[in-house]
Design a binder for this molecule. Structure first.
Ligand code: ATP
Ligand code: ZN
Length: 213
């Protein structure tokens, strides 16, 4: 009795606004943007935790949170034991390989023996292995797109939505390796009460999505 669903959301970033908006449209009220780490809903048995997106799959795996919203890219990269229970249709982007604009491109085999900078070593590593390409992956956590101009790598593998960041760094997109959108993830070992609350939430989310189509 009296279970409260703990839901992890990105504190501030490209997932936040649409995540907050989704709960608003579901009629679930809570305060955010106050600088606090947690907020209890005034009209649904849920407590919201505001975190960095990269930490969310780990918190959901450990059961610190029952549910979380993250990009599929982060869910796959972190490889945590969580369940994807619903696709949310926002924060769409792709993970792509890009090279300096003046460089010729005949295909993936051009990457053989080269250095590729990325924040997604696991996703890139499995893709290259699948494609039978041997390259050296350099993991860097931010500003990946400057790597070629400072001589760190011949190529990058980074998140793209419009492509304007690539363009302004003199890069061109040559291969998409993964397509992503925001997803709702869940701890696979929730108790029955929390599962029932998750079902109620999912019912509302689906109704909101249906009304938009
Ligand atoms: P944090 O400070 O929480 O770690 P971050 O800087 O790692 O944030 P954001 O840039 O806010 O992350 O991106 C969060 C998620 O939004 C990404 O993992 C991806 O799924 C998606 N995303 C990233 N860039 C874009 C974009 N340009 N357009 C749409 N969605 C994007
Ligand atoms: Zn992040």
């Amino acid at each position: 009795m009296n279970s409260v669903l703990r839901i992890a959301l990105q504190k501030s970033g490209r997932l936040s606004e649409d995540s907050y908006q989704l709960f608003k449209e579901c009629g679930i009220r809570f305060d955010y943007g106050t600088g606090k780490l947690k907020s209890i809903s005034s009209n649904f048995p849920a407590e919201f935790l505001f975190l960095r997106d990269d930490d969310i799959p780990g918190y959901v795996e450990d059961g610190v949170a029952d549910l979380g919203i993250v990009g599929e890219n982060v869910a796959v990269e972190t490889a945590r034991q969580v369940q994807t229970i619903h696709k949310l249709g926002f924060s769409k982007c792709r993970l792509s390989i890009a090279i300096p604009r003046g460089t010729d491109w005949a295909g993936l085999s051009d990457l053989e023996g080269k250095n590729i900078a990325t924040s997604y070593p696991n996703l890139l590593g499995s893709y290259l292995a699948e494609q039978g390409v041997q390259a050296t992956i350099h993991e860097i956590s931010g500003s990946v797109e400057i790597a070629p101009s400072i001589g760190l790598a011949e190529a990058v593998c980074d998140i793209v939505s419009s492509g304007s960041t690539l363009l302004s760094n003199g890069l061109k997109e040559v291969e998409t390796i993964f397509r992503s959108e925001a997803i709702l993830i869940a701890n696979p070992q929730m108790n029955n009460e929390r599962q029932a609350l998750t079902e109620q939430l999912l019912f509302r989310i689906k109704a909101v999505q249906a009304a938009k189509n």
